[in-house]
Design a protein. Structure first.
Length: 430
């Protein structure tokens, strides 16, 4: 029978059941009796891809027979996981045989038991999971003694859409992840240590409260304007300012007065919650010596406050993962887009990739730095840009990028900021 006349679905189904039965029952996987041709359908990404896998599998076995199995590459099982809240599908790709098998789990302990079977066979385990809500707790449970990668879903979702052209399939998603993991083509995101992750969550909680308060303040401001009352938003952040607003409500219908007073009450409540969160953050930092020391180093820079310093620490995490300080600006999204075609290269707006909260904090810190009375190398850098004809807005963005690179250098070299006025120092720290 020619390959074109094979009933791929039947071979795939029977082969899949046999592989899973043998492996998960405790037998070695895959069985030596399985024909290499029968392994073709385990890859679902097209006939050419399946034939390529079959050829590679034969080549590996031929080299093993010729030169001996011990000199081959290390035994690795690449596991792609399509994660859901109540269950998940895992695809196991054997680097030695090229066999790909999948299984659906409801309990994580069953998955851990299956991983252990591979380890007992001398396999190294590498796992990749999509970034979803609740997945970090899942990763924490499987991370020990395993290499775990968190997929950048924004960059990888188009690949999954391209594979799932006909219908959505958890099995196919998991297998695609496993294949891309083996080839080293997965776009991943940084998985921080637990201390940094806790700090991230605390700072996120504070930002959510601030966003909610800002939204209510804008609603209050807009409603008051409808009745001719002009106020400044900062008036809604103090007791005195709120009383002034309430005293101006006499000419407004009672129903609208009730709405505005309700808004003001919500703003008061959110302000109290923000203060509570900030106290929790301070207590957490004080008992974590490493984070505390890093914060103190960054706060030595004029214009950099407590929250900006902690946001930088929580976002960057381990500074050793960056090759140099210039990579930090790109990671935060403060570098310009580059459009190249032929011999022409054009610079566009900043990419705005990465954490938007940190990017905004750095821009605010740059403005605060410029308001400080004392001279320092960063202000000198800004002034040189203005003298060279750069607009103030672009110069502020450049200062924010410079600020990020200086903060990185301080953490890398474990030293506080010092005010130097020579141009060379400002260039070196950037």
């Amino acid at each position: 029978m020619s390959p074109n006349k094979w009933d791929i679905s039947k071979i795939r189904k029977s082969n899949q059941k046999r592989q899973e039965a043998e492996f998960f029952s405790g037998d070695k996987a895959p069985s030596k009796e399985i024909s290499p041709i029968a392994l073709l359908p385990t890859y679902h990404l097209g006939r050419k891809c399946r034939i390529g896998v079959w050829v590679m599998s034969h080549l590996k076995r031929l080299l093993k027979i010729t030169f001996g199995g011990d000199i081959m590459e290390e035994k690795v099982v690449y596991i792609g996981i399509d994660y859901h809240k109540n269950s998940f599908t895992a695809a196991f790709l054997d680097s030695v045989t090229g066999v790909l098998i999948t299984k659906k789990y409801k309990e994580i302990k069953n998955f851990q038991e299956d991983i252990l079977k591979y380890k007992e066979e001398g396999y190294k385990v590498k796992i990749a999971v999509e970034t979803l809500t609740g997945v970090k707790h899942f990763i924490k449970q499987i991370r020990e003694d395993n290499e775990v990668y968190l997929i950048n879903t924004n960059k990888f979702k188009n690949v999954l859409k391209g594979v799932n052209t006909d219908k959505k399939s958890d099995r196919l998603d998991a297998e695609t992840i496993a294949i891309y993991l083996e080839k080293g083509l997965l776009p991943t995101v940084y998985i921080p240590e637990e201390e940094i992750e806790i700090l991230r969550q605390l700072l996120k909680a504070r930002e959510r409260y601030i966003d909610q308060r800002r939204s209510i303040m804008n609603m209050t401001h807009s409603l008051l304007l409808e009745y001719g009352i002009k106020i400044k938003n900062r008036q809604l952040l103090t007791e005195r300012g709120m009383k002034e607003v309430e005293n101006n409500l006499k000419e407004i219908p009672l129903e609208i007065q009730g709405v505005i007073k309700s808004y003001i009450g919500t703003i008061k409540h959110l302000t109290e919650e923000i203060i509570k969160i900030e106290e929790i953050i301070n207590q957490y930092v004080e008992k974590n010596q490493e984070i505390k020391e890093k914060r103190d180093l960054l706060r030595s820079i004029p214009g950099v406050g407590e929250i900006t310093a902690l946001t930088f620490i929580s976002t960057i995490g381990d500074v050793e993962r960056f090759e140099n300080s210039r990579k930090v600006g790109a990671y935060i999204g403060l570098v310009p887009r580059i459009y190249g075609s032929g011999d022409s290269v054009k610079m566009g707006r900043i990419t705005k990739r990465g954490d938007s909260t940190l990017r905004n904090k750095l821009l605010q810190a740059a403005i605060s730095l410029l308001k400080t009375k004392k001279k320092n190398s960063l202000k000198e850098f800004f002034n040189r840009l203005i003298k060279s004809g750069v607009s103030k807005n672009k110069a502020r963005i450049a200062l924010a990028r410079k600020l990020a690179t200086v903060m990185f250098v301080l953490l890398k070299e474990n030293r506080k900021f010092e005010n130097y006025f020579n141009k060379n120092f400002a260039t070196l720290t950037g």
